[in-house]
Design a protein around this ligand. Structure first.
Ligand SMILES: Cc1cc2nc3c(=O)[nH]c(=O)nc-3n(C[C@H](O)[C@H](O)[C@H](O)COP(=O)(O)OP(=O)(O)OC[C@H]3O[C@@H](n4cnc5c(N)ncnc54)[C@H](O)[C@@H]3O)c2cc1C
Length: 458
C-alpha cells in the first residue's frame, strides 16, 4: 500500500525546497525526494562553488596587477590550491547545512533520501517504499552531457562535478566547449596557474551571443594567456602515459594538443532517463526534456515540471521563478505564466557579461525598426578609476514602441548593472524613463541613462 501525501516533489534543487515550504505552510503534507545532496546543482556543483572559485581567481589576478595600482607586494604570488578548493567546499557545505535545517524545520514535511521513479501517474517508488499524491512536481535538474566523441571512453575526463574534487592544479587543462560553463572554468584555472586551452567546435566562443560580444570575450581571455582553438570540428582523444592527446583538427594551428586534464563542458542533459516517465505517460522532447505548457503543467493532469528539466530555462533564477509561478497559481489564485518572463543572465568571467532579452541579431531578425546604442567601458568613469576598461555596454530598442528589446554589458560589474535594464523591461516602460533617473556617481549603472540617450536608428 503506497504512503499517501498531498504533494510529492522529486528533487531538492532550486525550486523543490521553496515549493515544499509554501505547500506545507498552506497545510499540505509533502514528501520531498532527493537522491543525492540537498540544494542540487547550484549549491553543490554549480553556481556556488564556481563563483567562489572565480572570486579566488580574481584575487590572484588582482594581486599580480598590484603594481599597476601602486601597491607593492613583497615576494611572488602563489596559489595554495587545496585552500582555494577548501574555501569553495565550505561555501557549499554552509549553504547545504542551512537548507537542511530549513527543510528539517518544516511541519508536515517528509524528506525521503533516495531515487524516485514513477510506477504509475500518481505512484512513485523510492527504495523499498511506494508513495502517492494527487500533485507531483518534478524538479530533477540535469547533469553534464558526455557526447560520444572518439576516444572519450579511453580517458579520465573531468566534468563540472569531478573538477571540484581536484586536489592538485592541472598542469595543462583542455576545456572542451567554449560556452558559459567552459569559459568560467578556463579563466579561473588560468589565473590559478594552469596552462589552459579552450577547444570549441563553432567558429566563435559563446556562439549564441552577438559577434562583438564573442570577439571581445575571446580577446579578454587570450590576453590572459588562454589558448583558444575554434572551428575544432573533429575533436578526439587518445590516452598517453602522462598526458591526453586532444585532436582538434582546426583550420589553423597544431592539429593536436597534449593536455594533463580534459574538462568536458559541452552542454547539459536532463535527469529524466531514469525517472520512469513512460509509466506516468509524461511527454518529453527528443532530448529528454519534459514538455510543459505556459504554467509548467505536463500533459498528465496533476504533474508539473520545474527547473532545468523542462528546457524553459537553464539557470537558478529561472528554476526559482518556475516555483514562483506554480505557487502563485496554485496557492494565491494568481495567473502567472512562463511567457511573461524576461530572461536575464550573466556569464561570470572577469569582467562578467550581463545580458537581458534579445541579442542584436535576434532583434534584427524580428523585423522591427531598431534603435541601437553602444559605449566602450573605456568611457565609463568607474571602470577607468578601477583600471578595468575591457568590454562595452550596448542596448537595442524598438523604434516604434521605445521599449528596450535587449542589452549586454560586458565589463566590470556588468552582472549587477544589467538589472537597471532588466527592471525597466519588467516595468514595461519606454527607455526615456531612464533619462530622468538620477543614478549614483561613480557607478557603471550611471551610464545607462547616457547609453539610452544615445540610441540611434541602426
Ligand atoms: C558549473 C555550473 C555553474 C553554474 N553557474 C550558474 C550561475 O552562476 N547562475 C545560475 O543562475 N545558474 C548557474 N548554473 C545552472 C544552475 O546550477 C541550474 O540551472 C540550477 O541548479 C537548476 O536547478 P534545478 O532545480 O532545475 O535542478 P538541480 O539544481 O540540478 O536539482 C535537481 C535535484 O534533483 C535530484 N534528482 C534528480 N533525479 C532524481 C530522482 N529520480 N530522484 C530523486 N532526486 C533526483 C538531483 O540529485 C538534484 O539534487 C550553473 C551550472 C553549472 C553546472
Amino acid at each position: 500500500m503506497a504512503r499517501s501525501f498531498d504533494a510529492i516533489i522529486i528533487g531538492a534543487g532550486q525550486a523543490g525546497p521553496s515549493l515544499a515550504g509554501r505547500l506545507t505552510a498552506a497545510g499540505m503534507t509533502v514528501a520531498l525526494v532527493e537522491r543525492q545532496f540537498l540544494g542540487g546543482t547550484c549549491v553543490n556543483t554549480g553556481c556556488m562553488p564556481t563563483k567562489t572559485l572565480v572570486a579566488s581567481a580574481r584575487v590572484a589576478h588582482q594581486a599580480r596587477r598590484a603594481a599597476d595600482y601602486g601597491v607593492v607586494l613583497s615576494g611572488s604570488i602563489g596559489i595554495d590550491f587545496p585552500r582555494v578548493m577548501a574555501r569553495a567546499h565550505k561555501v557549499t557545505e554552509t549553504s547545504r547545512g542551512n537548507l537542511e535545517r530549513w527543510i528539517g524545520g518544516m511541519e508536515r514535511m517528509t524528506l525521503l533520501r533516495g531515487h524516485a521513479r514513477f510506477e504509475q501517474p500518481n505512484v512513485l517508488r523510492v527504495g523499498d517504499e511506494t508513495i502517492t499524491a494527487p500533485r507531483i512536481f518534478i524538479n530533477v535538474g540535469g547533469r553534464a552531457n558526455v557526447p560520444d566523441m572518439p576516444g572519450v571512453g579511453d580517458i579520465d575526463y573531468l566534468t563540472n562535478t569531478s573538477i571540484l574534487q581536484l586536489d592538485t592544479l592541472p598542469q595543462h587543462l583542455a576545456v572542451i566547449g567554449g560556452s558559459y560553463i567552459g569559459l568560467e572554468f578556463a579563466q579561473m584555472f588560468r589565473r590559478f596557474g594552469s596552462e589552459v586551452t579552450i577547444v570549441e567546435r563553432e567558429p566563435r566562443l559563446i556562439a549564441r551571443e552577438d559577434e562583438d560580444v564573442c570577439d571581445t570575450m575571446r580577446a579578454i581571455l587570450e590576453a590572459e594567456g588562454i589558448n583558444v582553438r575554434t572551428n575544432a570540428n573533429c575533436i578526439a582523444f587518445a590516452r598517453h602515459t602522462d598526458s591526453i592527446a586532444v585532436k582538434v583538427d582546426c583550420t589553423s594551428g597544431a592539429p593536436e594538443i597534449m593536455a594533463s586534464h580534459v574538462l568536458l563542458a559541452v552542454g547539459r542533459r536532463p535527469n529524466t532517463d531514469d525517472l520512469g516517465l513512460d509509466k506516468a505517460g509524461v511527454n518529453m522532447d527528443k532530448r529528454g526534456y519534459i514538455t510543459v505548457d505556459d504554467t509548467l503543467a505536463t500533459n498528465v493532469p496533476g504533474i508539473w515540471a520545474m527547473g532545468d528539466c523542462n528546457r524553459r530555462g537553464a539557470f537558478t533564477h529561472t528554476a526559482y521563478n518556475d516555483f514562483e509561478i506554480i505557487a502563485a497559481n496554485l496557492l494565491d489564485g494568481d495567473h502567472r505564466s512562463l511567457s511573461s518572463r524576461i530572461l536575464g543572465y550573466a556569464l561570470y568571467t572577469d569582467p562578467p557579461l550581463g545580458r537581458v532579452g534579445m541579442t542584436d541579431a535576434q532583434a534584427r531578425a524580428s523585423g522591427k525598426p531598431l534603435l541601437i546604442s553602444k559605449r566602450p567601458m573605456s568611457r565609463v568613469g568607474r571602470a577607468v578609476e578601477r583600471d578595468e576598461t575591457q568590454g562595452f555596454m550596448k542596448v537595442v530598442a524598438d523604434a516604434n514602441t521605445h521599449r528596450i528589446l535587449g542589452a549586454a554589458i560586458l565589463g566590470i560589474s556588468g552582472d549587477e548593472a544589467i538589472h537597471g535594464i532588466l527592471d525597466l523591461m519588467n516595468a514595461d516602460q519606454p527607455y526615456e524613463t531612464l533619462k530622468w533617473a538620477v543614478p549614483i556617481h561613480p557607478t557603471v549603472s550611471e551610464l545607462l541613462p547616457t547609453l539610452v540617450g544615445d540610441l540611434k536608428p541602426g
